[in-house]
Design a protein around this ligand. Structure first.
Ligand code: GTQ
Length: 350
C-alpha cells in the first residue's frame, strides 16, 4: 500500500487529466483582468495603398472577401483585434461582387470611402455612403455589389472571437453568387429607423436591429438637433448609441455601436472598463492614452482598447470637432454580470 510508485505525482495526475489548482490559481482567477490584447493603433494612410495593391492583384474569385484584418500584435492565431472583437478593412472595385454567404457571427460595416455599392441582406439591397452603419446580423444572407465607378472601402466588424469562444459558429454559401432583390431597396431603414413611429404590422422576431442602414445623414441630424446644448459624457463627449428601435437595446446582442463628437480641445476623464472597444476616427485629430500607450490618431485610423486599460481621450484640435465611431462587447458583459467601470479621478466605481 502507501503512495503510488510513480516518481512524479504531478506527471501522474497530468496523465489522468488532472492539474493542481495551486499552480494555476492566479491564471484562472486573476486579481484583475490580464488581457493578452494590447493597445494598438492601425494607420489608415499606411494601410490604404495595400488595399489598392490587393484590389489590383487579388480577385474576388480568389478571395471570399478582400479584407485586411486588423490584427492585435498579441492575438495572431487566429487573428483578432481584441480578445472578443474583430475589425477589418474591406475594398471592392467597380463592377465587382462579393458572393453571398451567411454565418452565425453578427457583423456590421462602417463606410469609409466611396459610393455606389450595396449589400444585399436577406433580399434587401442596402446602399452605402461614407459614415453609414450597415447591419448584417447573425445568420442573415449577405453579398456585396459595387455599381459605382471608384473603389469603395469600409470597416468590417464581426463578433467571431465571441462566437468561436463558444465553438458556436456556422458558415454557409448561398449557392448563387448574389441574391435577388426581393423587397424595395433600403426598405428596413425607411420603415424602422424612426423608432418612435415603427410599423405596427410587421414586427420582426429577432433580437437584432431590423434597420439595414443607419445613414450618416441621420447621425448628423441627431448631432445637429442637440447641437451645443448637450452636456455629454465626461469620458467620451457627446456620445450617441445606435439603437435597435424595437427594443431600445443595442444593434446586435453582442455589440453596442456608438458615435461620439468631441468638441475642440476636449479632454476626457480617465476611466477603465471591463469592456473591449474598437474606435474608428471618422474625422479629426487627437490622442488616446490607453494603458501605457500614447496613441496619436487622425482621420480614418482605428485603435483598440483592451479591457481594464486606463483610457483617456483628447481632441487635439482647438478649432475642429472630432468624430469617433466605436463599438464594444458591452451587451455581453452586461448580460453576464461582468460589467465594471472605475473613474479613478472621481473615485467612482460601478
Ligand atoms: O463582408 O461578409 O471582414 O464575412 C469578414 C468576414 C467581412 C463580409 C469580413 C465576412 C465579411
Amino acid at each position: 500500500m502507501g503512495a503510488p510508485s510513480t516518481p512524479d505525482p504531478y506527471q501522474a495526475i497530468a496523465q489522468l487529466g488532472a492539474a493542481p489548482l495551486w499552480r494555476y490559481f492566479g491564471d484562472v482567477l486573476p486579481a484583475q483582468p490580464k488581457p493578452k490584447a494590447v493597445p494598438y493603433l492601425w494607420r489608415y494612410a499606411a494601410l490604404r495603398p495595400y488595399l489598392h495593391h490587393f484590389l489590383e492583384t487579388c480577385s474576388l474569385e480568389e478571395a471570399e472577401r478582400r479584407v485586411l484584418m486588423l490584427v492585435n500584435p498579441e492575438l495572431t492565431e487566429p487573428p483578432a483585434t481584441t480578445t472578443s472583437l474583430y475589425a477589418g478593412l474591406q475594398i471592392i472595385g467597380p463592377g465587382e461582387t462579393a458572393q453571398a454567404h451567411r454565418h452565425t457571427s453578427n457583423a456590421f460595416r462602417y463606410v469609409i470611402e466611396g459610393t455606389g455599392a450595396y449589400t444585399t441582406v436577406n433580399g434587401e439591397r442596402v446602399h452605402m455612403h461614407p459614415g453609414d452603419l450597415l447591419m448584417t446580423p447573425g445568420w442573415h444572407w449577405h453579398d456585396h455589389e459595387h455599381e459605382g465607378d471608384a473603389p469603395m472601402i469600409w470597416l468590417d466588424a464581426l463578433d467571431y472571437p465571441i462566437t468561436n469562444a463558444f465553438d458556436a459558429n456556422f458558415f454557409e454559401l448561398y449557392g448563387e453568387r448574389t441574391q435577388k432583390s426581393t423587397v424595395p431597396d433600403d426598405l428596413s431603414s425607411r420603415q424602422f429607423i424612426h423608432g418612435q413611429l415603427s410599423p405596427a404590422w410587421a414586427v420582426p422576431h429577432t433580437s437584432s436591429s431590423p434597420v439595414g442602414n443607419y445613414p450618416w445623414a441621420e447621425t448628423s441630424r441627431a448631432f445637429d438637433a442637440i447641437a451645443d446644448d448637450a452636456v455629454g459624457s465626461e469620458v467620451e463627449g457627446i456620445i450617441l448609441e445606435y439603437k435597435n428601435p424595437l427594443t431600445g437595446g443595442p444593434v446586435v446582442p453582442t455589440m453596442s455601436c456608438r458615435i461620439s463628437r468631441l468638441r475642440p480641445g476636449f479632454r476626457g476623464a480617465r476611466t477603465r472598463r471591463t469592456t473591449s472597444a474598437i474606435y474608428h476616427v471618422v474625422r479629426g485629430t487627437g490622442t488616446a492614452l490607453v494603458g501605457d500607450q500614447h496613441l496619436d490618431w487622425t482621420d480614418k485610423d482605428v485603435f483598440a482598447v483592451p479591457p481594464w486599460a486606463d483610457f483617456e481621450l483628447r481632441n487635439d484640435s482647438g478649432t475642429e470637432d472630432a468624430f469617433l465611431f466605436s463599438w464594444t462587447n458591452e451587451p455581453v458583459l452586461r448580460a453576464l454580470g461582468f460589467l465594471r467601470e472605475e473613474l479613478p479621478e472621481r473615485g467612482s466605481q460601478s
